[in-house]
Design a protein around this ligand. Structure first.
Ligand code: HEM
Length: 501
């Protein structure tokens, strides 16, 4: 007992001494000049305990409450210490723009090494500079409007099959939507030419990689992380086989994989391949990763928001029913032009992006000491633009807790709406994500009704926020969905459908 007491006293004293040492180091750091006689100081905020910082506070409550209460206390720029790293949080559109756009070269993307290893170190989002630019140019083609136009039938087929498998069952909406966004990702990357066996191999191995990505990085055999590293190797094997088969046929293809495989640059002895097969494979896995949980989380929120706003749902149904009628009751396929004409549905999607803000923030790391508005952001510190705080700030979005699609009749103020980020790393998949969501909503509201099972008030992180249990819901086909079209053809009737969540 006595030895226990002595041990406790020892640890408490050790923590206290380290804290004093750490606090004085931080103070010294904060008193730096800018080299021109002007004093620059660290932003306000608290750094918590040595090494663990404020990580426990962050994880013991809703992270959005943590960031919002900090902003209330310290303002739009504040410091903290999370997961072993000193951080500066930025909750103003100007500061986010500074980091992501105007001074992007001073802030590099930063991810834990374990995550880089899992996705593949050559994936574009880990990079800056020439390699990153080159890859962006390559992926933008197959993810741009011209390529997506041709993809509408494949996306529609994936949506129909997802809804048919849900029909009559109670399922986790999130898991169902994950399957859909994986299928759409596969169609985008492989152009719908992948046989079912290969697709199943990709799906199985990718699922193991994903579990490991979200687990503690421990390479002991049997752990989720170890299994994931092995599954990643198998994924590379499958991708290498697919590339080999395409080369043997002499048809690399014009889909995303084909574009990555065919990229060439002038070399000393003629054109050389721009990317190795390993780089291609890392980027294929990277795109699948970036596309799946993001789109699935937003779709889950949309299913909930529409269900909770019956008048809005009727207005959306009316807009979609008019398109279905024009397509002979759904006998003819949707067209790209029709997806561009879904004015009200598009506003619902934008408002869902804002409201759910599933990517609450992003990370960068300062590559030099940087001064912003008299504050020092020291080299090596993490910098986090807080998208959600900006999307929920009443100065930019009135009554931010209201689900109110009409607010998007007027474009938001520049740099205040960053569902897809901003600057050089902004999401290249945004048009694909919107297309998938529009097509899903079209078929959902014109062919089905659904009921949410249990409470949908609590939120879980998987890793993005979604309603608890991924929103359990029952769906059933209803070919006779009655549609009230009075005055809502142009999407002007959504003002009634508001809810506070
Ligand atoms: C609703 C769905 C989606 C949301 C909310 C979303 C959001 C974002 C955001 C905020 C970023 C920027 C991250 C940062 O600056 O650190 C990003 C980057 C990225 N997204 Fe998306 N995304 C979505 C869907 C997709 C899809 C469908 C794809 C691909 C098919 C995709 C591919 C990417 C890639 C490759 C990057 C990295 C870009 C770079 O580093 O240059 N995303 N996404």
């Amino acid at each position: 007992m006595a030895s226990m007491f002595i041990l406790m006293c020892f640890f408490i004293s050790l923590a206290f001494v380290s804290y004093v040492h750490y606090a004085s180091r931080q103070r010294r750091k904060g008193d730096r000049g800018d080299g021109h006689g002007k004093a620059v100081r660290l932003p306000p905020g608290s750094m918590g305990w040595p090494y663990i910082g404020e990580t426990l506070q962050l994880y013991s409550q809703d992270p959005n409450v943590f960031f919002a209460s900090k902003q209330k206390r310290y303002g739009e720029i504040f410091k903290t210490h999370l997961l072993g790293c000193p951080c500066v949080m930025l909750a103003s559109p100007e500061a986010a723009r500074f980091v992501l756009v105007t001074r992007a070269h001073l802030f590099k993307p930063t991810y834990p090494r374990s995550k880089e290893r899992m996705i593949g170190p050559w994936a574009l989002f880990f990079h800056q500079g020439d390699y990153h630019l080159r890859l962006r140019r390559l992926v933008q083609g197959p993810l741009g409007p011209d390529a997506l136009r041709a993809l509408v039938p494949d996306v529609e087929a994936a949506v129909r099959s997802t809804l048919a498998s849900w029909d009559g069952n109670v399922v986790s909406t999130f898991h169902t939507m994950k399957r859909l966004s994986f299928d759409v990702g596969v169609v985008t990357i492989f152009g719908g030419r992948l046989d079912e066996r290969r697709k199943a191999e990709l799906r199985q191995n990718y699922a193991v990689v994903e579990k490991g990505y979200n687990s503690f990085p421990n390479s002991f055999p049997g752990t989720l992380y170890h299994k994931a590293i092995q599954a990643r190797r198998r994924l590379h094997g499958v991708l290498n086989d697919i590339m080999r088969e395409r080369r043997a046929r002499g048809e690399p293809g014009s889909d995303l994989l084909g574009c990555l495989m065919q990229s060439r640059a002038p070399g000393d002895d003629g054109d050389v391949a721009l990317l190795t097969d390993e780089q291609v494979a890392d980027n294929v896995i990277g795109v699948l990763f970036a596309a799946q949980d993001t789109t699935a989380s937003v779709l889950t929120w949309i299913v909930k928001y529409l269900h909770h706003n019956p008048k809005l749902l009727e207005a959306v149904r009316a807009e979609q029913a008019a398109i279905r009628d024009a397509n002979d009751g759904g006998a003819r396929p949707l067209t790209w032009a029709q997806t561009r004409s879904m004015v009200l549905t598009h506003r619902v999607i934008l408002e869902s992006f804002r409201m759910a803000s599933i990517i609450s923030f992003t990370f960068r790391e300062a590559v030099a000491d940087v001064e912003y508005k008299g504050f020092l952001i020291p080299k090596g510190w993490k910098v986090m633009p807080l998208f959600r705080n900006i999307h929920h700030n009443p100065n930019y979005f009135q009554d931010p807790q209201k689900f109110y699609p009409s607010r998007f009749k007027v474009p938001p103020r520049p740099n205040t709406f960053m569902a897809f980020g901003n600057g050089v790393h902004a999401c290249p998949g945004n048009e694909l994500a919107k297309l998938e969501i529009l097509v899903l909503i079209h078929h959902l509201v014109t062919g089905y009704r659904w009921e949410i099972v249990g409470s949908s008030d609590e939120v879980e992180y998987s890793p993005f926020p979604v309603p608890k249990h991924g929103l359990l819901a029952k769906l059933w086909r209803d070919n006779s969905v009655s549609v009230h079209t009075d005055g809502c053809q142009n999407g002007d009737n959504d003002d009634n459908g508001v809810v506070i969540v």
